[in-house]
Design a protein around this ligand. Structure first.
Ligand code: SAT
Ligand code: MN
Length: 582
């Protein structure tokens, strides 16, 4: 019998899992340095970790995963609710009974010969009322090492669980890593997760996408808050005022880069503070504003493309105390990935001698895991129990055409529609057809734990919950000209757009009203020092009426897939835009 906790439900669950999975030993994680040292030794001795160059990268380790286990698996990810409609067209559904039966069969005896780790964790600052706890049971020491960085893990979390007597149950076993025996199952009605057959981040670090987004989004609806796939940044101006912005982008749109943006030379006295780069939990405060925390304690970032020029702040974090997964290495055993610099790697991500004929040296989804504390722009407000007040919410996509650089929505309901219509265009290289628009509402397509129609209704309900809601904006850094060249420089220069957004929130700058929202006048976006002419700015800030009429039809078609459950006001809002376009 497990006696490591005074919480009966937890002790009982751990015992039941041990009976089912049959581990050799049970280890309750405390989160101490000593425990981490022992775990690291174990990972080194069983070959899961390789030490990287201790001169250049002290306390950094390389993990090479199974080559078939390198990403999230949406087709094997299920939401198991009693009613299929509660999961919605945006999720794969299975009944809870079938879900449990399918995955329990795999857990039977799955930890034989292994150690079962019990990881109590807290998502969010340990003393924040906005935080929520969970316990992950896993047989992967690699998962423990990552959870230790990504969450507040160990004894303080256990104490909170014992005090609150509630926690999300996450059960994980790596099995034999066969994609044939792999499922990621969510039981939102039971606040539980079962994941089998993958050691990859989003599938195995259950605090992240499984808990902090899928389960939390469901919990948030019941409790009146929002769990979102958003970065949180603080923008400090030369007067020392800080405005906090939450922003949602689909993958590969540079969330981590924006969260760690370095202001251009001409922005003396301006600074971006990083609160989070992936997940944001928000709830109305007594002042009617939305207050947000980053539930995570670290970054699980994509390595390829991270460099001195794209994200110097991120690169700087990665020289110490970092776990690298599936990157390449140089001859002197430093981590390396495409886009880092022009050195030639010695070994690829599968441990083979590097040969360009085998494809990229680093797996395109290779990752770093590093504590937020190592981030030079990490905001101390990220640890504040009350969170940070959000002035603006930004939705963004990758759109080569049509969508302006920035616009402000006209109302909260309009903002919800714009979030629901979020999309990225696929490139010719990816699909063979340019301009195929893939909808990814609020960047939550793979992460919303319930029916999107109900989720939008929940978003819409915030006008009744709070009377000082943030403005909602849409940005598009990815417009291209007729020669296929990006029209906006992006990266640090995006500060110029953030400046306009904050001025709009403060009411210190005008805008032009159009059918799709408020657009800046060309001279209200500061382009000093950029080689961008008035004509180009005009183009970046124009509303193409015919193009938008087509877009409205496509959005309508997409929303139709949610049928009767779609909130009526979304269609009304879309109709309003169509009318105004003329
Ligand atoms: O799903 S992960 O969290 O592992 C990575 C991502 O897609 O953001
Ligand atoms: Mn993400």
């Amino acid at each position: 019998m497990s006696t490591n906790t005074s919480n009966a439900a937890l002790a009982e669950w751990v015992n039941a899992v041990a009976k089912q999975t049959n581990p050799d030993q049970i280890h309750w994680c405390t989160g101490t340095d000593e425990e981490n040292r022992e775990l690291t030794e174990l990972l080194l001795s069983d070959g899961s970790f390789k030490e990287l160059n201790p001169e250049t990268h002290p306390n950094c380790y390389l993990h090479l995963s199974d080559s078939q286990d390198v990403a999230r698996v949406e087709h094997l990810t299920f939401i198991c609710t009693s009613e299929e409609e509660d999961a919605g067209p945006n999720n794969h559904w299975m009944s809870p009974a079938e879900g449990h039966a399918k995955i329990d069969a795999l857990f039977e005896g799955s930890m034989r010969g292994r150690t079962m780790y019990v990881i109590p964790y807290c998502m969010g600052p340990i003393d924040s009322p906005l935080s929520r706890c969970g316990v992950e049971i896993t047989d992967s020491p690699y998962v423990v090492a990552n959870m230790r960085i990504m969450t507040r893990m160990g004894s303080p979390a256990l104490l909170r669980i014992e005090r609150e007597n509630t926690f999300v149950k996450g059960l994980h076993s790596i099995g034999d890593l066969s994609p044939e025996r792999r499922y990621i199952m969510h039981f939102p009605e039971e606040l539980s997760i079962k994941s089998f057959g993958s050691g990859y981040g989003g599938n195995a670090l259950l605090g992240k996408k499984c808990h902090a987004l899928r389960i939390a989004s469901y919990q948030a609806r019941n409790e009146g808050w929002l769990a979102e796939h958003m970065l949180i940044l603080g923008l400090e101006n030369p007067e020392g005022e800080v405005h906090y912005i939450a922003a949602a982008f689909p993958s590969a749109c540079g969330k981590t880069n924006l969260a760690m943006l370095i202001a251009p030379e001409s922005y003396k006295g301006w600074k971006i503070w990083t609160v989070g780069d992936d997940i944001c939990w928000m709830r109305p405060g007594e002042d009617g504003r939305l207050w947000a925390i980053n539930p995570e304690a670290g970054f699980f970032g994509v390595a390829p493309g991270t460099s001195k020029s794209t994200n110097p702040t991120a690169l700087e974090m990665l020289y110490e105390d970092t776990i690298f997964t599936n990157v390449a290495t140089t001859a002197d055993n430093q981590p390396w990935w495409e886009g880092l610099d022009d050195r030639v790697p010695a070994k690829d991500w599968q441990g083979r001698d590097y040969d360009p004929a085998n494809g990229p040296a680093a797996q395109p989804n290779s990752r770093f895991t590093v504590s937020s504390k190592r981030c030079g722009s990490y905001s101390e407000m990220a640890e504040a129990p009350q969170g940070v007040p959000i002035s603006a919410i930004i939705f963004g996509g990758r759109r080569e055409r049509l969508v302006p650089l920035v616009f402000e929505t006209k109302s909260w309901a309009h903002g919800v529609l714009v979030g629901a219509a979020m999309a990225s265009e696929t490139t010719a290289a990816a699909t063979g057809a340019v301009g195929v628009v893939r909808r990814d509402p609020m960047a939550m397509k793979p992460f919303c734990g319930y029916n999107f129609a109900d989720y939008w209704a929940h978003w819409l309900s915030f006008t009744e919950r709070a009377d000082n809601l943030p403005g909602i904006f849409h940005v598009n850094w990815f417009r291209k000209d007729t020669d296929g060249k990006f029209m906006w420089p992006g990266f640090g220069e995006n500060m110029r757009v953030l400046e306009w957004i904050v001025e709009r929130c403060k009411g210190t700058v005008d805008a032009q009203e159009t059918a799709i929202g408020f657009i800046p006048s060309t001279d209200d976006i500061n382009v000093d020092g950029l080689s961008i002419d008035a004509e180009q700015m005009q183009e970046l800030l124009s509303v193409d009426q015919q193009g938008w009429l087509g877009e409205v039809d496509q959005i309508n078609e997409y929303l139709d897939t949610y049928g009767e459950r779609l909130p009526a006001s979304m269609r009304e809002e879309l109709h309003r835009i169509k009318q105004e376009l003329g």
